[in-house]
Design a protein around this ligand. Structure first.
Ligand SMILES: [Zn+2]
Length: 282
């Protein structure tokens, strides 16, 4: 299990007031405790030019220089610097997955509400859109899938792809656009394998936002309302189907807001468990 992590992706200033900022380190520790072989992979932070592939240059500079509020609603330069590493983690994981045709993990969150020139909902820069554009520019990627199973809509993903003219490059499904609730969520789950086949069969790589704020007990739940067992089933379906399609998957964490944070970490363990069940030899 290849995990793209660098401790610089966690800003110290954030640790006290944002549980999600502590998440990468805690999730990584928890995955290690499960006993699976984990390889920590090198992260290259993004450059300003790379951030500008998906964002207005004056917005990027404003965030980095502490003139514009980031997705956490403050102007911290330390947080801004850590964003070069979180986005770098995702892009490094996506690059490796594309080049080596093998699945990777990026313990990151905070991408899918980031707009072209505006931060929103804990998201500042769109690591998903930046990674897609970079794979096209560097390697000539033709079709990239984004399976966003966070509870909320990937509105920033759509907006940044539209503004930069890359909508044709990406096939995007976001659970947040569908009204999935306790009455229809098992039907949705039963259809998930077909959804992945129908949407992503012709993609070269899949970016998977394995958000767990769609759990029924999450204070921010919108679409989903899944039980823990349903989320475990979701992860098994995603990795089994992608294995059958020979589709490398880049998994990141996305949302999850239950307290205490151990509840969220427990749910994020389910991707590691399912990944190893499905790919036993890895
Ligand atoms: Zn969310």
């Amino acid at each position: 299990m290849k995990v793209f992590y660098n401790k610089q992706q966690t800003a110290k200033v954030l640790i006290s007031d944002s549980p999600s900022a502590r998440k990468p380190k805690l999730v990584l520790q928890s995955w290690k405790k499960l006993g699976y072989p984990i390889e920590i992979m090198k992260v290259r932070p993004l450059t300003v030019d790379e951030l500008c592939l998906a964002h207005e240059p004056s917005y990027v500079q404003g965030i980095l220089k502490g003139r514009i509020k980031n997705g956490f609603g403050n102007k911290s330069k330390e947080i801004a610097k850590s964003l070069l590493w979180t986005n770098g983690s995702f892009v490094s994981a996506a690059t490796h997955a594309y080049q080596h045709r093998e699945s990777t993990f990026s313990p990151t969150s905070g991408f899918h509400h980031a707009c072209y020139d505006q931060a929103a909902g804990f998201c500042t820069f769109s690591g998903l859109t930046i990674a897609a554009i970079l794979l096209k520019k560097r390697f000539g990627a033709k079709k990239i899938g984004i399976l966003d199973l966070d509870s909320h809509s990937g509105d920033g993903t759509d907006q940044t792809l539209q503004k930069t003219g890359y909508t044709d490059l990406v096939e995007h499904y976001s659970l947040g656009y569908d009204d999935v609730n306790i009455y229809n969520n098992q039907d949705w789950l039963n259809n998930l394998s077909d959804l992945i086949r129908n949407r992503f069969s012709d993609c070269e790589i899949l970016f998977y936002q394995a958000g767990v704020d769609c759990h029924m007990d999450d204070p921010e739940v919108d679409s989903g309302h899944f039980t823990t067992e349903q989320i475990a089933e979701r992860e098994r379906i995603v990795y089994t189907t992608c294995r059958e399609l020979k589709l490398p998957v880049v998994t990141n964490l996305a949302g999850g807001y239950q307290k205490p944070i151990e509840k969220v970490i427990h749910l994020h363990n389910l991707v590691a468990v399912a990944f190893h069940e499905v790919n036993q030899q890895i």
